[in-house]
Design a protein around this ligand. Structure first.
Ligand code: KG4
Ligand code: ZN
Length: 342
């Protein structure tokens, strides 16, 4: 079965053709990093305009690289949330247009669930469920209990910033462009984490929930001075930036690893399934390898960590098998998701 997947939830326009949920025939991603870099984050209006400009050539390229015609496709999978509303509408309406014209099923996919599926499709062996899904992206940070593909319940999520967003903001505080994750990872390698004391936030109501807003503010005050804002001059030297990056990264990742390992113990899970752009970070992978040594760690392949459409097409295959008629053509874009409904 051939599925065409479309992704436009944030600042990547992507299209992919995937066979039987796993075999990637093409995986085309048009990134907008050049567009948003100087603003320190994604500007929704600019993202929408770029999606409109590139979606048709991106879909054509994905079909060409897969050596298939539109008429060969069995279903159109599309990320219909969560994400930026305007950005979602472009991919969703494009997918609806193709599905309607071909009289083929439309399959709406949850982008976050697809990030976790990216790890599952990266491995040939059967995944041992129940597992803890660890979503670490620019828009989301969550721990979910996975009983199988499509069977989830939320254990805890961030009550404020996502961890990737915290990386992006810390990079901005230190004077680096968006996306901040790769810059902070590189800088942290040269730094001494013991030079600054930061901690991930605790959430009173749920030991498995996250809070990174306080950590980000602690970094801001360490770099710019107590009670100050982003545009103030630094009170640290340029050489100390690496120490700040190392201490911030260690605090964020220690918090994530501790909560994840406790959640796995509580739920009796032997497998951790990772998804989202932050799982690119090798320091994170190393810390999990040390602290979760008894657990099976499922990381996505490197071309499936950041936003892509192969994970959308892959997951859509499973949804289509469960529901061969697909979703109605009035399927709505969703800015947020309810895990317990997915
Ligand atoms: O999953 P993704 O492409 O977008 C969302 O769905 O949100 O993730 C993008 C996020 C950005 O915040 C970026 O800074 C972060 O992933 N990121 C990283 C690294 N590479 C990307 N964070 C930490 N370390 C990295 N190496
Ligand atoms: Zn994403």
């Amino acid at each position: 079965m051939l599925i065409l997947g479309i992704e436009s939830t944030c600042d990547e326009t992507a299209c992919s053709v995937v066979q039987d949920g796993k075999k990637i025939l093409s995986n085309v991603v048009s990134s907008q990093v050049d567009l948003h870099g100087i603003y320190g984050g994604v500007v929704p209006e600019l993202a929408c305009r770029r999606h409109i400009d590139v979606i048709l050539p991106v879909v054509e390229q994905a079909l060409n690289e897969a050596c298939v015609e539109l008429t060969d496709i069995d279903g159109i999978g599309v990320a219909h949330g969560p994400g930026l509303l305007g950005a979602l509408h472009i991919g969703l309406n494009f997918a609806k247009g193709i599905a309607w014209s071909l009289r083929k099923p439309l399959i709406g996919v949850n982008h976050i669930e697809a990030h976790l599926y990216a790890s599952i499709m990266s491995h040939s062996k059967e995944v041992l469920f129940p597992a803890i899904g660890v979503v670490l992206s620019g828009g989301h940070t969550a721990l979910v209990l996975m009983q199988g593909v499509g069977k989830y319940s939320l254990i805890g999520q961030t009550v404020d910033d996502a961890v990737g967003e915290a990386f992006d903001k810390v990079a901005r505080i230190l004077g680096f462009p968006y996306p901040g994750g790769p810059v902070i990872e590189e800088l942290a390698k040269q730094g001494d984490a013991s030079k600054f004391t930061f901690r991930g936030g605790r959430v009173k109501t749920n030991p498995f929930a996250f809070s990174f807003s306080g950590l980000k503010t602690a970094v801001l005050y360490a770099v710019k001075g107590q009670g100050t804002s982003y545009d103030k001059k630094n009170i640290i030297s340029d050489d100390q930036k690496a120490d700040v990056a190392a201490a911030f990264q260690e605090a964020a990742f220690t918090d994530i690893v501790n909560k994840t390992v406790k959640a796995a113990e509580k739920e009796g899970c032997k497998t951790l399934i990772f998804g989202g752009g932050v799982v690119n970070n090798l320091a994170l992978r190393k810390l999990f390898a040390e602290k979760a040594a008894g657990l099976k760690l499922l990381w996505p392949a490197s071309d499936l960590t950041l936003d892509n459409a192969a994970m959308i097409a892959g997951l859509a295959y499973h949804k289509l098998r469960e529901k061969p008629e697909g979703d109605p053509l009035d399927l709505e874009a969703m800015t947020t998701i309810d895990w317990d409904q997915s």
